[in-house]
Ligand binder design. Structure first.
Ligand SMILES: NC(=O)C1=CN([C@@H]2O[C@H](COP(=O)(O)OP(=O)(O)OC[C@H]3O[C@@H](n4cnc5c(N)ncnc54)[C@H](OP(=O)(O)O)[C@@H]3O)[C@@H](O)[C@H]2O)C=CC1
Ligand SMILES: Nc1nc2c(ncn2[C@@H]2O[C@H](COP(=O)(O)O)[C@@H](O)[C@H]2O)c(=O)[nH]1
Length: 325
């Protein structure tokens, strides 16, 4: 198997078919809705909050609200009341089962539910998928995280509508250091490996450091790309603002860090400071422009055209040109 990651792959241009990058369509159908970009900010406390998810929903972007220190039912009622998409995260504990029951009993429902646990290839996730499908049969269920084809196959067979791939590639992740496991350092080839067996959409989760990595993710099989660090550090970001030597930063911490958990138990995440980098909406616009440019370099007009391009691996023992996937 070829091992590579975002920083040692480049996609190869094909003859351009548009006169303007504005003619390239970055939108994607994901579950019951179409979104402007194949991008979703990570469901983490220092990345999204109520105002940011509302901004995303109102502007035609996908969002997944986090599940920490939040009254998810009240949040869902509020979004529903505003006529916006409801997209929540759940875990696998009794309170998460109760939330699903309440969403069903009140008729609030959810358009998307993301089962978000560290080791998503687990019977606890199988049971939660079954519960959601029984109580909320119309809800689109994203389950994860996994890092192997076996994980994708099982989650799909258990009823997930999409799987989330990425164990340990995140910027504030320390899973590989603490446990010795994960896809950190080879996330892009893990995505390729998983996409080969997937029959439903894949969300590539973690490791995105540049806008061009979104096109690379789509090339290797992602329908949606979850991004944490690139979205943390905006003026509106929920993390605390910290000033160091006159420069402003926002804190960005892992969901499995002691900062999120409130205790040092099973910690697999850390806290870093991200330089403050302007407004959220401006980054979304720049991402769209960059992705339009990627599609034009692919010789295409739409997102799926990215899947057809060749690529080169730079350096290392797998180096070379690859004409076919
Ligand atoms: N994408 C990634 O690489 C990672 C992401 N995270 C993020 O951190 C957050 C917290 O994750 P998580 O700790 O799973 O959430 P929770 O603390 O909600 O744990 C969910 C349940 O899964 C159990 N569990 C967690 N890890 C394992 C494991 N390795 N083996 C067996 N059971 C397990 C927990 O029990 P118990 O605590 O008793 O074991 C608990 O019952 C999530 O948002 C997750 O996405 C965390 C690590 C890696
Ligand atoms: N191992 C851990 N992974 C975590 C933790 N909190 C979040 N995450 C994952 O990271 C991505 C975001 O990655 P980024 O590279 O874009 O910053 C996020 O979606 C989760 O899957 C954690 O504490 N430990």
């Amino acid at each position: 198997m070829e091992i590579f990651d975002y920083d040692n792959i480049l996609l190869l241009p094909r003859k351009c078919r548009v006169d303007s990058r504005a003619d390239c369509d970055t939108s994607v159908q994901f579950g019951p809705h179409r979104f402007k970009l194949p991008v979703v900010p990570a469901n983490m406390k220092t990345v999204v909050d109520e105002p940011i998810t509302e901004l995303l929903a109102r502007s035609g972007h996908f969002y997944v609200m986090h599940r920490f220190d939040l009254d998810s039912l009240a949040y869902a009622r509020d979004m529903r009341g505003k006529g916006l998409i409801v997209s929540l995260s759940v875990g696998v504990k009794p309170a998460d089962y109760a939330l699903v029951d309440q969403l069903a009993a009140e008729g609030v429902g959810a358009d998307y539910l993301t089962i978000d646990i560290a080791h998503g290839h687990a019977e606890s996730v199988q049971r939660m998928i079954a519960h959601i499908k029984q109580r909320l049969p119309d809800t689109f269920v994203i389950a994860g995280n996994v890092g192997t084809p076996e994980g994708v196959i099982d989650l799909e067979n258990w009823g997930a509508d999409a799987t989330k791939v990425g164990v340990g590639p995140g910027k504030v992740c320390i899973t590989r250091l603490k446990t010795g496991f994960g896809t950190g350092g080879w996330q892009l080839s893990a995505l390729k490996w998983c996409a080969r067996v997937a029959t439903k959409p894949i969300v590539a989760d973690g490791g995105i450091r540049h806008h061009g990595d979104i096109a690379k993710s789509v090339r290797f099989g992602a329908s949606m790309v979850m991004i944490g660090s690139l979205f943390a550090g905006h003026e509106e970001s929920p993390g605390q603002t910290v000033e160091v030597d006159g420069k402003r930063y926002k804190e960005y911490y892992g969901s499995a860090s002691d900062f999120n958990k409130g205790e040092y138990r099973h910690v697999e995440g850390k806290r870093i400071l991200e330089p403050v980098k302007g407004r959220f909406a401006d980054t979304l616009r720049e991402m769209q422009e960059d992705l339009q440019s990627s599609i034009s370099y692919a010789g295409g007009t739409q997102l799926t055209d990215l899947k057809k391009v060749n690529y080169v691996i730079l350096g290392g023992e797998n180096a070379g040109e690859h004409l076919f996937m």
